[in-house]
Structures are given as structure tokens and as C-alpha cells.
Design a protein around this ligand. Structure first.
Ligand SMILES: NC(=O)c1ccc[n+]([C@@H]2O[C@H](COP(=O)([O-])OP(=O)(O)OC[C@H]3O[C@@H](n4cnc5c(N)ncnc54)[C@H](O)[C@@H]3O)[C@@H](O)[C@H]2O)c1
Ligand SMILES: [Zn+2]
Length: 349
């Protein structure tokens, strides 16, 4: 895969001008969704480096991460005179960067693209690491390719217009990055005022957080081993997310935060993770994310959902656990009894 440059922007005009100049191109296209067209496009549309760029708009939110939206982007690229040497700039959350990245990687067998993530989740997670794609036949990210953006530009000033729930959702992935990384990063995350986020401070924390993901995906781009570290909180998290889909859907990061409660409990029981650090993290999650109400009647269904997780091999459920902050243990399993105890803990903590 071509290498990917991640730029922590101090001056967006300069950062984008450099990124655009580094991609030899004939025409420039900008992809936004209906919300980022309103909230984020005006920040860049007057810049010289994108003068004359054609803007392509798709519907907002994951319900539009579809073949129809993708076809619309391909059509707009074709009708706008796009060639093998054109450039696409994706401005939006993970939906736009995933779909736009896939559109760019397949149009004329692949054109260059730049990601400007505008949600916290896409800054620290979706826009880096090369996974692109769309949902298909009701299955998330069913169709896609691994392909890197030429440059990813991170600028937390875009977050001014983002709602508190989406900030919290992205922050859950930052918590995960802190837990799999080191104690200093984790402590800074625990002390951050998520209810009144300071975007300047968040910019450096985003830079540190994305560096964790980048380091791991560079080591293991196609998820053969250590990239599974990024699944911490996600085995239980995906089960919560699926259960919520049957009741009242929740943002991905909320499910991951609740998944972290379950899995940190397993870390304590199975791999010796320190209780005090688990308690502190759980308190932070309870305070900022609340908890989805479940009863013990939900346990069999939640466990069944964990069994369906695509990371599993054979009949056991695969977890990534920690022996301590930064001490990653991939390919762990837990018995049904242990998982039920962890779910009891989630309800009672
Ligand atoms: N490729 C990966 O490795 C990876 C990793 C994690 C998630 N994802 C994908 O990312 C997507 C979720 O990303 P997301 O949470 O960013 O969702 P999203 O892109 O749907 O954005 C959430 C909402 O925020 C709006 N928005 C975006 N930026 C805004 C801003 N600055 N101000 C106001 N509103 C803004 C969007 O229009 C949308 O309505 C999913 O499709 C998921 O599969 C991909
Ligand atoms: Zn996630």
C-alpha cells in the first residue's frame, strides 16, 4: 500500500495547499455530505488551492454509505471530466472518508485522495489506516478495499460545530488508544473535561492518539496480529451496538465505551490488569456515557452476538485484553461464565 502522511494542521490553508501540491493532478473534486457541506466546506472553499474544484454532495449519516451514493460519486467524477490523474478531497466524518476513499480507489483503477476528517471519530480512527468501503445488503463495510489517502489533515477547529454525543463517541476510541498505549496518555484522557472540551488541548491529544493507530497499522496493515489491539472494547462493544440496533440505536463510540467496561473487567480477572486503573476508567465512562440498560435475560443474546463477531475463529469468542496499560494480549478467550460475570459487573458497577 502507498504510504500515508498524517498532518497535524497548525494552519489549514498551508496544510491543504501542500497536500494538494504534492499530488500531481489535473482536476480537483471535493466530496462532502449534506451536513459537512454546510458546516465544514465554507472553511476551505475560498482557498486558492481548491479554486475551481467541483463539489460532490451525498446524503449525511451511515444510511447513505451505500452503493447508490458511491455510484453518484463515480458519476459526478466521470461527468466532471475526472481522469486517472484527478484528485478527490474528502471532507467529513467516517462515512464520507470511507465512501470517498473507496470511490477514489476504484475510479479509473484508483486516483489520489486527501482526507480532511471533521468528526472526532474520523480524526482518530476512520480516516487513517487505509480501510475504505461501503455498507451492502444490510452488512456494515461489506464491500471495500485497503487503500491509503495521500495525506490526512487533522484540525480540531472543525469540531466546533459537532454535537456533544459525536464528540463523546470519538473520544471512546481515544480512550482505547490510551489504554493500549501508555500510562501518561491514559492519565491525560482521564483528566480531560469531556463535557466542556478544550479544542486546543484536544488537538495535541488527537495527534498522540492517531499516532497510536498509525504505529499499529503500519506494523500490521492487514490485521494478521497486533492490529487486533485496536479491537479492545469492540467484542462486547459490537454486541451492545447490535442489541441497541434492535431497540434504540446508539453511536458506535458509546457501545465501545460500554464494551470497555466489560472487557476491562475480563482484563482484571484473566490477565491481571490493575483494579484501581480499571475502576478509574469505568468511573469516567459511567460519568460521560451513562449505560445502556440490560438485564440478565439479555445475556444469551449478547453472548450469541459476540460469537458472530468476525474476529472469531472456531467456536470460542476472541478478545483483545490487557495485562496493564500498554501491555497488549491479543487472541484471548473467555468462558460463558466469565462473560456473564463481566456483564454482571457492567450492570452493577
Ligand atoms: N475506516 C476505518 O478504519 C473506520 C474506523 C471507524 C469507523 N469507520 C466508519 O466511520 C463511520 C462513522 O464515522 P463518524 O462517526 O464520523 O460518522 P459520520 O461520518 O456519519 O458523521 C456523523 C454525523 O456528523 C456530521 N458531521 C461531520 N462533521 C461534522 C462537523 N464538523 N460539524 C457538524 N456535523 C458534522 C455528519 O454529517 C453526520 O451527520 C462509519 O461508517 C464507520 O464504519 C471506519
Ligand atoms: Zn471502533
Amino acid at each position: 500500500m502507498n504510504p500515508q502522511k498524517v498532518v497535524i494542521s497548525e494552519n489549514l490553508t498551508e496544510a491543504l495547499a501542500t497536500a494538494v501540491a504534492e499530488c500531481e493532478h489535473d482536476r480537483t473534486f471535493i466530496l462532502v455530505d449534506e451536513t459537512t457541506e454546510r458546516c465544514c466546506l465554507p472553511v476551505v472553499s475560498d482557498m486558492d488551492c481548491v479554486r475551481g474544484a467541483q463539489v460532490i454532495v451525498i446524503g449525511a449519516t451511515d444510511s447513505h454509505k451505500t452503493l447508490e451514493s458511491l455510484a453518484h460519486v463515480w458519476e459526478a467524477l466521470g461527468e466532471g471530466g475526472g481522469t486517472r490523474h484527478s484528485l478527490l478531497i474528502n471532507i467529513g466524518g467516517g462515512m464520507v472518508t470511507d465512501l470517498g476513499g473507496f470511490a477514489a480507489s476504484t475510479f479509473k483503477r484508483g486516483i489520489n485522495y486527501i482526507n480532511i476528517p471533521t468528526t472526532l471519530l474520523s480524526m482518530v480512527d476512520a480516516s487513517v489506516g487505509g480501510k475504505t468501503g461501503i455498507n451492502f445488503r444490510g452488512l456494515k463495510n461489506e464491500i471495500g478495499v485497503f487503500s491509503n489517502a495521500s495525506t490526512v489533515i487533522l484540525d480540531t477547529t472543525f469540531l466546533k460545530t459537532l454535537d456533544a454525543e459525536n464528540i463523546c463517541s470519538g473520544y471512546a476510541e481515544m480512550l482505547k488508544h490510551g489504554l493500549i498505549s501508555n500510562e501518561e496518555m491514559w492519565a491525560e484522557l482521564m483528566n480531560f473535561d469531556l463535557a466542556q472540551p478544550d479544542l486546543g488541548q484536544l488537538q495535541t491529544m488527537v495527534a498522540d492518539s492517531v499516532a497510536v493507530k498509525q504505529r499499529i497499522v503500519t506494523e500490521d496493515p492487514t490485521e494478521q496480529g497486533i492490529r487486533k489491539a485496536l479491537n479492545l472494547g469492540h467484542t462486547a462493544g459490537h454486541a451492545f451496538e447490535s442489541l441497541a440496533l434492535e431497540r434504540k440505536p446508539v453511536l458506535h463510540g458509546y457501545a465501545v465505551a460500554w464494551g470497555l467496561i466489560v472487557e476491562l473487567y475480563l482484563c482484571c480477572v484473566k490477565t491481571g490488569f490493575p483494579q484501581d486503573k480499571m475502576r478509574q476508567t469505568v468511573a469516567f465512562i459511567k460519568e460521560n456515557y451513562g449505560r445502556m440498560a440490560i438485564t440478565c435475560d439479555d445475556y444469551p443474546h449478547l453472548i450469541e452476538l459476540m460469537h458472530h463477531d468476525k474476529k472469531n475463529q472456531g467456536t470460542s469468542i476472541n478478545f483483545t485484553l490487557l495485562g496493564n496499560i500498554g501491555d497488549i494480549r491479543i487472541n484471548q478467550t473467555a468462558t460463558e461464565e466469565e462473560i456473564k460475570d463481566a456483564l454482571d459487573f457492567y450492570r452493577e458497577c
